[in-house]
Design a protein. Structure first.
Lengths: 310, 271
């Protein structure tokens, strides 16, 4: 396996006329994690992914995979695998020939085509024309193509869209195992609930700007509301002790701590054991979904207009 | 998950091995859809059966008065089916490209080979070799079949002056039409638009120049893409001034202009 490479964007911008689809974003996607790329439809996720892959040219800024731009790579399928639109297959071509043409373009042996077809469970329909495939089969074929070169970096654009529950679980498991092997995995989605189950780290984008770039646990602590608000005499030390106990902690400027991962009872006991003075201990309930809405609410591009009362 | 080191060996990165890999990939794509063999078989049927029908139908004029015998072109007569066959080759050129754009496969192609000019060059190479070989073959078949049907009326032998040029020229003409279709398809990316542009250029534009009276339009009319048809005419009489190679050169110039635009656009445009 090629080791996972870091994807790095610097002031990445894509403008269509006067509209910036991606507006000067910076981020890093690191190996060994599933990084969720989250945002409402039209937020700029797909555009960003296409720029990472050299399909769209940035208006300004740069993006590299392993320190080099995608367009400069020779045999890129050995380094990067991607599924953008799984249906992007000629309907008249068989799954085998589709993969064979991709493999040949990067000097990958035919035996590898059989391997990936086996791996995604399409070996029995390999010689059938792709035009008759279901969406789930297309998705598996797309993933087979991404795995051809055994790449260290993988990108998936909305991989679970339209899939049945079995397919969703298959993809989720696959992405987790790819990351566990040390690969870099970037998955875009507009579904917070899906990302909550798959991702370790989140990049949240809205209207072309980066809204959040943090571990999932921290995002939950910070925004989900499913947390405990703690005020104490020494917030810094309190935060350190809570983190040591495994909690996600957000230190607000006013000294309030947002704590996730521990209940108010456990926090109270911990405070007593460590001799902290507590001023306030308050449960806040909410969901990750709400956190996402709160984060992206300002940046949803298209929303239904509120009907005007006549 | 199989993730042992070295499961997928890498090739060296010499330009030669890169071009070879891209050409192989394009060849697999070309041969693995039904449209390619179908279009070639359809063209062959039109050109070869056309030669038979045209020869049988024109045998009379080949044997009529000395004047009509002199004006009778035994090569062009039997190869005229190309004017219909070129539609199939033009469509093949177009859909070889637009088929990838319509499905979105072009992105997969560029993911495997981000060097887009290299992709287009190898796509063109594969298409040229395959289509040229088939079309030259069918041109020879049409010629020999046609002459057999024409004889003993006025007919041509392959060794007669200009004949070999005409028969090879027919294969080259069809190949150039296919290439024109490919490059136009790269420019407009959609099948209907590309077909409209190609056949507008090949069929409609020359008619416009014929219909408009005047010396200038008549002279310009000789430099339409259909000047390439001179390639398979033995007799270049009357108003015609271009010879077979000059006619092909005019068509090739159109192809070259489209090619320059296609290469310039494919490397710059978002895929």
């Amino acid at each position: 396996m090629t080791e996972g490479r870091t994807i790095e964007a610097r002031s990445l911008t894509k403008a269509y006329g006067a509209t910036a689809a991606v507006d000067g974003i910076d981020f890093q996607v690191k190996p060994g994690l599933v990084t969720g790329f989250l945002g409402p439809n039209g937020a700029g996720k797909s555009t960003t992914m296409r720029m990472i892959l050299g399909l769209d040219l940035p208006t300004s800024g740069t993006v590299t995979v392993g320190g080099r731009s995608y367009k400069g790579k020779v045999w890129p399928l050995h380094e990067v695998g991607a599924v953008l639109d799984a249906r992007a297959v000629h309907p008249g071509r068989s799954a085998y020939n589709h993969l064979h043409s991709l493999a040949a373009a990067n000097g990958i042996a035919r035996t590898r085509v059989d391997e990936v077809l086996e791996q995604v469970g399409l070996a029995s329909v390999a010689r059938k024309r792709a035009g008759g495939f279901s969406l789930g089969m297309y998705q598996r074929l797309g993933i087979a193509g991404a795995l051809l070169g055994d790449p260290g970096t993988l990108l998936f654009d909305e991989p679970v869209n339209g899939l049945d529950p079995e397919g969703i679980i298959w993809i989720r498991t696959l992405m987790r195992s790819l990351a566990a092997e040390g690969r870099t995995v970037l998955v875009s989605s507009h579904l917070m609930s899906e990302m909550a189950l798959t991702a370790d780290h989140l990049l949240v984008i809205g209207r072309g700007r980066m809204i959040a770039d943090m571990p999932l646990s921290e995002l939950m602590a910070r925004h989900s509301g499913d947390r405990v608000e703690v005020r104490s005499a020494d917030p810094q030390r309190m935060a350190a002790d809570l983190r040591a106990a495994g909690a996600g902690v957000m230190l607000e400027p006013d000294g309030t701590l947002g704590v996730a991962g521990l209940g108010s009872r456990q926090i109270g006991e911990l405070a007593a054991a460590r001799g902290h003075v507590l001023y306030q201990l308050r449960d806040e309930t909410g969901s990750l979904e709400q956190a996402y809405f709160r984060l992206t609410g300002e940046s949803v591009e298209y929303r239904a207009a509120v009907p005007v009362a006549s | 998950m199989s993730a042992q080191a070295g499961t997928v060996p890498r090739l060296g990165s010499s330009l030669d091995s890169r071009l070879r890999a891209t050409a192989r990939s394009e060849w697999i794509k070309f041969r693995s859809v039904r449209s390619s063999p179908l279009a070639l078989v359809a063209t062959a049927l039109i050109v070869v059966l056309g030669a038979w029908l045209l020869a049988a139908g024109n045998r009379g004029s080949a044997a009529a008065s000395p004047a009509s015998k002199a004006a009778f072109d035994p090569v062009f007569t039997v190869l005229q089916g190309i004017e219909l066959g070129q539609l199939c080759i033009g469509v093949l050129g177009v859909i070889t490209v637009t088929g990838e754009y319509a499905s979105g496969l072009i992105r997969g192609t560029f993911l495997a080979t981000p060097q887009r000019a290299q992709v287009l060059a190898m796509k063109v190479l594969v298409f040229t070799v395959a289509v040229w070989a088939c079309c030259t073959g069918m041109s020879f078949a049409a010629f020999f079949l046609g002459q057999r049907v024409l004889s003993p009326a006025k007919h041509a032998g392959i060794g007669d002056p200009g004949v070999l040029t005409a028969v090879f020229g027919a294969g080259l003409y069809l190949t150039l039409i296919g290439l024109l279709g490919m490059f136009i398809a790269v420019l407009v990316r959609r099948t209907p638009a590309a077909l409209a542009a190609l056949f507008g250029l090949l069929v409609v534009l020359p008619i416009v120049f014929i219909e408009i009276p005047g010396k200038i339009t008549k002279n310009l009319g000789e430099f339409m893409p259909d000047a390439g048809e001179k390639a398979f005419q033995l007799l270049h009489s009357g108003a015609y001034t271009l010879g077979p190679w000059q006619g092909l050169a005019v068509l090739a110039a159109y192809v070259a202009v489209a090619a320059v635009a296609a290469f310039a656009l494919i490397v710059r445009r978002d895929a």
